[in-house]
Design a protein around this ligand. Structure first.
Ligand code: HEC
Length: 208
């Protein structure tokens, strides 16, 4: 499907005018410092037999995913779950999809990349990377036809192109959702229509 330059220009101006907004009402993480319940050491290597979600228990001890710009690419090549795109760079895509599709949530396995739009990504790092973010690393990316540039990366300090702090918004997700907001997990909604977000996603300039 051809992506019209006009649509792209409209989306760009939407982005530039800050339609994706800053998390204005969010004082940084009201419950900051309270890690999701399964981030604690108790969980390490002790799978709950009652928990059928494979999730993080699939990971290899010591495994990590410190990604570089070149590790990001066309998100339309990844499976879509509801609004977002998902992949896993450590071979745990099945486990990641099981968490994404679980009605009771779960903890995403190391190497999972989630993206709603080309310019923002959450990457699940190795256990212990950042207990406060349940080991998510947040990325602000510059995604262009020629490739990806990392604008900023980190745990609690990464901000998007409009100054919105990723962590402070995503920390509002109820703990069982592992910082994934979607539209039903307790985060403040984005001030931008879902259809527009999906247009931005479908306009990923890195896609062939
Ligand atoms: C204003 C609050 C806010 C800020 C700031 C924010 N997000 Fe989000 N983000 C959301 C909401 C709400 C959704 C769910 C949108 C939907 O599915 O309708 C979302 C969706 C996502 C998703 C898809 C998975 C999910 O959680 O639903 C990713 C990945 C993501 N954001 C990453 C980031 C990154 C990285 C940053 C910073 C560079 C960031 N976000 C900044 C609120 C925010």
């Amino acid at each position: 499907m051809p992506r019209s330059p006009m649509l792209r220009a409209t989306l760009r101006s939407l982005l530039l005018t800050g339609a994706l907004g800053a998390c204005s009402s969010a004082s940084p993480a009201p419950d900051g410092g309270t890690p999701a319940p399964d981030a604690g050491p108790v969980d390490a290597g002790t799978p709950d037999p009652a928990d059928a979600t494979p999730g993080r228990d699939a990971q290899i001890e010591g495994e990590d995913a410190r990604l570089e710009a070149a590790d990001f690419g066309c998100i339309l090549e990844w499976p879509m779950v509801r609004h977002f795109r998902i992949t896993n760079v450590r071979g745990h895509l099945d486990e990641a999809l099981a968490v994404a599709n679980s009605p009771t949530g779960g903890t995403y396995p190391v190497g999972t990349i989630l993206q709603l739009v080309p310019s923002e990504a959450m990457v699940k790092r190795g256990r212990g990377f950042s207990p406060e973010t349940n080991d998510w690393e947040f990325f602000a990316l510059d995604a262009r036809a020629g490739g990806t540039t990392v604008r900023s990366r980190g745990a609690q300090d990464t901000v998007n192109a409009f100054g919105g702090n990723c962590f402070s918004c995503h920390a509002r997700a109820e703990p069982q959702w592992d910082f994934v907001c979607e539209d039903t997990h307790g985060c403040d909604p984005l001030p931008i229509a879902t259809a527009t977000l999906l247009d931005i996603q479908n306009g990923d300039p890195r896609c062939p």
